[in-house]
Design a protein around this ligand. Structure first.
Ligand code: ACM
Ligand code: ZN
Length: 552
C-alpha cells in the first residue's frame, strides 16, 4: 500500500476511532505518563504477518528496529516480517513537526497501522519504550493486542538524570549497563558517573597509573560500620577492596548509553573528596605526607579528617597541571558537553595552614578560603572552556563567587539552585531531600539499613517539582531539570541498588517528563501494578514491594 493511501486510511480511521473520544477501559500503563493520550475502541494485534517499515538507509534506526523486533520475539516468540504482501504495518517515520522538538514522538495505533513519528531518533526511541509498555510485561502465549490510541508526547524537562557513586562501592560494567537500560526505559537521559572520591579512584588514567594501581584499592573493614547497623567490628581487621574501569570499558559504556539516548557525564572531584588521588600522588596535597586510601570520608572522628589529606593544594601550580592532564584524558573518553568537577564539602583548614596556599591568596588578592576555592574552580573552568567543555559542580561552587559559565547542581536543598538561577546560571536540581535515594524510602523500622536525615518516600519523590515556587517563570528557564543520586556508602550490592531505585526512579521520571496537570499519584501506583512491578519481578530485580498488590 502506498503511503498516501495509508495516511488517507489512517485519517478516516482516526475519525471513526477518535470521534467522539471515549475513555475506554483499555488501560495505558506507560510511565512516565504521556503528555497527551487518547484511547480509542479496538486494538491492533501484532502477529507473524505484521511488517515493520522504516527508512532503511538510517543505521541508527535499523538498530532501534532490531531492538524492537527482539523485544517482540522475547515476549511472544513472534518474528515480525518484511514481506510486502502483508498489509498490517508498524511504521517508523522521521518527520518535521516542530512541537515534538528533539525528544518527542507521536504514536498512532489504528486498524492495520501503528505509526511512530518523530523528528529524530531520540523521539523514535522513546516511542518504542512506550510501545513496549503497551505490550505484555512478561512472556506470553496470548495475542499481542495494542489498544487503538493516539499519543503526542514530549518531556517537560530536558535533563532527567541519575548520579551513581562508584567510589564507596564499585559496580561492574554489567550492572552499569543494567542501570542504563532501566533509565532508558523510563525516558531518563543523563547518567552522572561519580568516578572519584576519597574511598577510591575508579577510572584508568594513562599518564598517572598509580591513580588506579594505588588509588582504586583500600583496606576495608569487615562488614564496615558504613553498612552494619550495630557493628562490633575490630577496625584493624581489614581486607583489600576496590576496582576500576579501563578507558576502553568507559568508552564502551558511553556508546552503550548513547544508543539509549543517555549522556554519560563524568565527575572528577576537586579540590576536596580527593583522598584516593592523594594516596597515589601525595605531592599534590598541602602537607605532601603519604597516606593510605581512606576507607571512609569521616576519618576516625578526629577533628574532621585531620589525619588524612582530602584536598588538593590550591597553592601549587603542579596540582593544576596534574588535574589538567587527567581532564584531557577524561575529555577523550567522554564526549559530553559537561564535565562535573565536584567542588563540594571542601574543608579549608589545611589551606589555612599551608604556606603555598597562603601565598596564592596574597598573590591573587583573595580575602579568604572561600575565595581560594573560587579561584581553584575558575582556573579549572578556564581550562575546560578552552576545550569546549562546560563546568558543572555542586552548589558549594557558589561560595566565593561563581565561575561565569558554571552550571550548578543544587544538593543542599534548593537554595543554591535558586540563588544560581537568580544570577542567570543554569541549574540542575538534586536536593538531598527527596532526591538522595540512598536515604530511606519508608519507615526505617521496616527497611534495610540506609542513610538517615530524611525519609525520601515514593510519593514525596513523585510530587517533587524542580520549578521552585521561589522563582518566577523567567527564572524557571534556568532550571534545566533534575536528577536523583545514589551515594553508595551503605549500598554494597547490585540487588540493594535496584531496591533503592525501584520504584523511586520511575516516580521521578514521571515528575520530570509529564505535565503537572496530567500527573496523578494513585494512577501512577495503578500503572506500576498493572505492568512495571511484574516486569521487574520477571527480570529478577529487587524492589520495594509494599505497594505491589497483585503479585505475579
Ligand atoms: C554531596 O552530597 N556531598 C554532593
Ligand atoms: Zn596548600
Amino acid at each position: 500500500m502506498i503511503l498516501q493511501k495509508k495516511l488517507g486510511l489512517l485519517l478516516a480511521l482516526s475519525l471513526i476511532t477518535f470521534l467522539p473520544i471515549r475513555i475506554v477501559k483499555a488501560q495505558n500503563n506507560i510511565i512516565p505518563k504521556p503528555a497527551n493520550i487518547k484511547l480509542g475502541n479496538g486494538s491492533f494485534t501484532i502477529n507473524n504477518q505484521t511488517i515493520v517499515s522504516y527508512p532503511k538507509k538510517n543505521t541508527e534506526l535499523r538498530t532501534l528496529v532490531d531492538f524492537f523486533n527482539q523485544h517482540i520475539h522475547k515476549i511472544s516468540g513472534i518474528t515480525l516480517s518484511s514481506n510486502k504482501k502483508y498489509t498490517q504495518t508498524i511504521e517508523f517515520k522521521l518527520v518535521d513537526i516542530a512541537s515534538l522538538r528533539k525528544e518527542g514522538y507521536r504514536l498512532t495505533v489504528a486498524k492495520d497501522l501503528i505509526l511512530l513519528e518523530a523528528n529524530a531518533k531520540e523521539g523514535l526511541f522513546y516511542g518504542v519504550q512506550s510501545l513496549i509498555q503497551c505490550l505484555p510485561a512478561i512472556r506470553t502465549n496470548e495475542a499481542l493486542n495494542i489498544p487503538f490510541m493516539e499519543i503526542t508526547d514530549y518531556p517537560r524537562f530536558g535533563w532527567r538524570g541519575m548520579m551513581l557513586d562508584v567510589s564507596r562501592h564499585f559496580f561492574s560494567v554489567e550492572t552499569i549497563k543494567e542501570i542504563i537500560d532501566l533509565l532508558a526505559s523510563y525516558k531518563m537521559n543523563v547518567f552522572h558517573w561519580h568516578l572519584v572520591d576519597n574511598e577510591g579512584w575508579r577510572l584508568e588514567i594513562n599518564k598517572y597509573p598509580k591513580l588506579t594501581s594505588v588509588g582504586a584499592w583500600r583496606q576495608e573493614v569487615y562488614g564496615s560500620r558504613w553498612y552494619a547497623k550495630d557493628s562490633t567490628l575490630n577496625l584493624n581487621d581489614t581486607y583489600k577492596y576496590g576496582g576500576y574501569y579501563t578507558q576502553q570499558q568507559a568508552k564502551d559504556i558511553v556508546e552503550y548509553a548513547k544508543a539509549r539516548n543517555i549522556t554519560v557525564i563524568p565527575e572528577i572531584e576537586m579540590p576536596g573528596h580527593s583522598g584516593a588521588a592523594l594516596a597515589a600522588y601525595p605531592q599534590f596535597s598541602c602537607t605532601g605526607i603519604p597516606q593510605a586510601v581512606p576507607n571512609s570520608t569521616v576519618v576516625n572522628g578526629i577533628k574532621g579528617h585531620r589525619g588524612v589529606n582530602f584536598e588538593y593544594c590550591a597553592g601549587n601550580d603542579s596540582t593544576f597541571l596534574f588535574l589538567q592532564d587527567i581532564l584531557k584524558e577524561v575529555m577523550q573518553i567522554f564526549p559530553s558537553e559537561y564535565i562535573h568537577i565536584g567542588g563540594d564539602e571542601v574543608e579549608k583548614f589545611r589551606w589555612e595552614e599551608c604556606l603555598k596556599c597562603q601565598s596564592r591568596k596574597k598573590a591573587e588578592h583573595l580575602k579568604d578560603a572561600h575565595d581560594l576555592q573560587s579561584y581553584f574552580i575558575k582556573r579549572i573552568e578556564t581550562f575546560l572552556l578552552a576545550h569546549d567543555k562546560k563546568l558543572l559542580g555542586w552548589d558549594e561552587i557558589l561560595e566565593g563567587g561563581l565561575a561565569s559559565s558554571a552550571t550548578v547542581m543544587s544538593w543542599r536543598g534548593e537554595k543554591g539552585g535558586i540563588a544560581a538561577a537568580k544570577e542567570g546560571h543554569d541549574v540542575i536540581m538534586s536536593p538531598s531531600d527527596p532526591l538522595y535515594f540512598n536515604r530511606y524510602q519508608a519507615d526505617p523500622k521496616t527497611e534495610p539499613f540506609a542513610a538517615g536525615f530524611s525519609i525520601n518516600s515514593i510519593d514525596k519523590v513523585y510530587h517533587y517539582d524542580p520549578h521552585s515556587a521561589k522563582l518566577n517563570t523567567e527564572q524557571h528557564q534556568f532550571i534545566k531539570g533534575s536528577q536523583f543520586a545514589l551515594w553508595t556508602e551503605n549500598i554494597a550490592t547490585t540487588e540493594y541498588l535496584e531496591y533503592m531505585m525501584l520504584p523511586r526512579m520511575p516516580a521521578l521520571a514521571e515528575g520530570l517528563w509529564t505535565p503537572v496537570a496530567a500527573k496523578n499519584y494513585d494512577d501512577f501506583i495503578k500503572r506500576l501494578n498493572a505492568w512495571h512491578f511484574n516486569a521487574w519481578a520477571a527480570k529478577g530485580f529487587s524492589f520495594y514491594q509494599a505497594l505491589y498488590k497483585q503479585k505475579y
